[in-house]
Design a protein around this ligand. Structure first.
Ligand code: TXA
Ligand code: MG
Length: 319
C-alpha cells in the first residue's frame, strides 16, 4: 500500500533518489518522477500501464524554466503563459534538442506550471523538471484526492503520495497548442477557450484530432460501470423500464425513482462545482452496487465544454 505523507522534503528526497511520488496539483493528482531520470520515467509508464508512445507533461515551478526546455516560443504562447501560469494550463511548445524519454519522439513538449502550493513547494525543492501524468491506471478516471491514488496503486508499496487535500478544480488542465502565431485547444479544461480568445482577441483554429495522445482517445477517463448520457426524459423512460437493476443517476433535478435499486446523485448546477465533484462521484458509483450510470446532459455553453469532453469520453462516444 502506498504511504500518504505531508512533508515536502521527504517527497523531494524520494524523487531525487529515483522513486515515484504522487502529488497534488489544483487539477488532479500527478504521478511524478524526475524528468531526466530515464529509469524513473520508465517506471511511471509501467505503473500506469501506459503505452510508451503517449507523451507525458513536464511540470516546472517557474515560467523562466520554460526556456531551458523549449525554444522558438510563439509570442501568443508567452502572452497566454503570462496570463494563466501558474495555473490549470498546459502548453505544447517546440522542444529544444534535449534528449527526453517522455515526449514520444514529438518535436513538442507539454509543459505545465501548477499553482497548488504543495506542487509548487515540491517542484522548488527538487529544482528540476518533474514529469507527471494523472496518477491513475491507464484509461481510468484521474484521482482528485490522496485516497484515490492509494486505491489506484494499492499494490505499490514503494510509492509515496504527497497529500495536498482535495484538488480544487477536479479535472485535467486545458492543453493549448500552436501553429505559428495561431493556437488550438487540444484538451478543454478549466481555462476556457473564451478566456483565451478574450486575452488574445483571436479565435482558436480547428485542427484534426489525432487519436495518438491518450487524453484524446475516444474512450478514456472512464469509470468501470457503463455510462450513458441522456436527456431528462430519456432518464425517466429508462428508470421506468429498468425497475430491477441497480442504476445510479447523476442529474440536475431528482428524477422519479421506481425502486430502491435506483440512486440519485444531485449534479451541481455550477460548471466549476460539477468539475470539482465529477471524478469523485464516478469513483463512488464504481464501488457502489450500481451496474449502470445515467448522466443528464449538461448545458451546452462554453463553461461546460470540458465537462462534456470528459463525459463523452467516459461514455466512449467522442469523435
Ligand atoms: O492537469 C493535468 O494536466 C494533469 C496534472 C497531473 O498535471 N496531468 C495530466 O497528464 O492530465 P496526463 O498524462 O494524464 O495527460 C496528458 C495529456 C495527454 O493527452 C497527452 O497525450 C498530452 O497531454 N501530451 C503530453 N505531451 C504531449 C505532446 N508532446 N504533444 C501532444 N500532446 C501531449
Ligand atoms: Mg490522464
Amino acid at each position: 500500500m502506498p504511504k500518504i505523507i505531508s512533508t515536502v522534503q521527504i517527497a523531494a528526497n524520494a524523487l531525487q533518489r529515483g522513486e515515484l511520488v504522487a502529488f497534488s496539483t489544483e487539477t488532479v493528482y500527478g504521478l511524478g518522477a524526475i524528468a531526466t531520470d530515464s529509469a524513473a520515467v520508465k517506471k511511471v509508464y509501467d505503473y500506469k500501464g501506459r503505452p510508451y508512445n503517449h507523451p507525458l507533461i513536464l511540470h516546472v515551478h517557474h515560467p523562466s524554466q520554460l526556456l531551458h526546455w523549449c525554444h522558438n516560443i510563439p509570442k501568443i504562447a508567452t502572452k497566454i503563459a503570462e496570463a494563466f501560469m501558474p495555473g490549470p494550463l498546459t502548453l505544447l511548445l517546440p522542444k529544444k534538442d534535449i534528449h527526453t524519454e517522455f515526449t514520444a519522439h514529438s518535436d513538442y513538449l507539454a509543459v505545465r506550471i501548477p499553482s497548488h502550493p504543495v506542487a509548487q513547494q515540491l517542484l522548488q525543492a527538487v529544482n528540476s523538471g518533474v514529469v507527471a501524468p494523472s496518477a491513475n491506471r491507464f484509461g481510468y478516471i484521474s484521482p482528485t484526492c490522496a485516497q484515490h491514488v492509494q486505491e489506484e496503486f494499492s499494490d505499490k508499496d514503494d510509492l509515496l503520495i504527497l497529500d495536498g487535500g482535495n484538488c480544487s478544480i477536479g479535472i485535467e488542465s486545458t492543453i493549448v497548442g500552436f501553429v505559428h502565431e495561431d493556437y488550438f485547444i487540444a484538451r478543454p479544461g478549466d481555462i476556457t477557450s473564451t478566456a483565451i480568445e478574450k486575452l488574445l482577441n483571436k479565435k482558436p483554429i480547428d485542427i484534426p484530432i489525432t487519436t495518438r495522445a491518450p487524453g484524446l482517445l475516444k474512450k478514456h477517463y472512464s469509470p468501470n460501470t457503463p455510462l450513458q448520457l441522456c436527456t431528462k426524459d430519456e432518464i425517466a423512460i429508462k428508470l421506468l423500464a429498468d425497475k430491477d437493476t441497480a442504476v445510479a443517476v447523476l442529474a440536475f433535478t431528482r428524477p422519479l425513482l421506481h425502486s430502491p435499486q435506483h440512486t440519485w446523485l444531485a449534479a451541481p448546477l455550477d460548471a466549476k462545482e460539477y468539475a470539482h465533484v465529477l471524478y469523485k462521484s464516478l469513483r463512488a458509483i464504481d464501488v457502489s452496487p450500481a451496474t449502470s450510470i445515467l448522466i443528464e446532459i449538461p448545458p451546452l455553453t462554453d463553461e461546460w465544454l470540458a465537462i462534456h469532453n470528459r463525459l463523452q469520453r467516459a461514455a466512449g462516444g467522442y469523435d
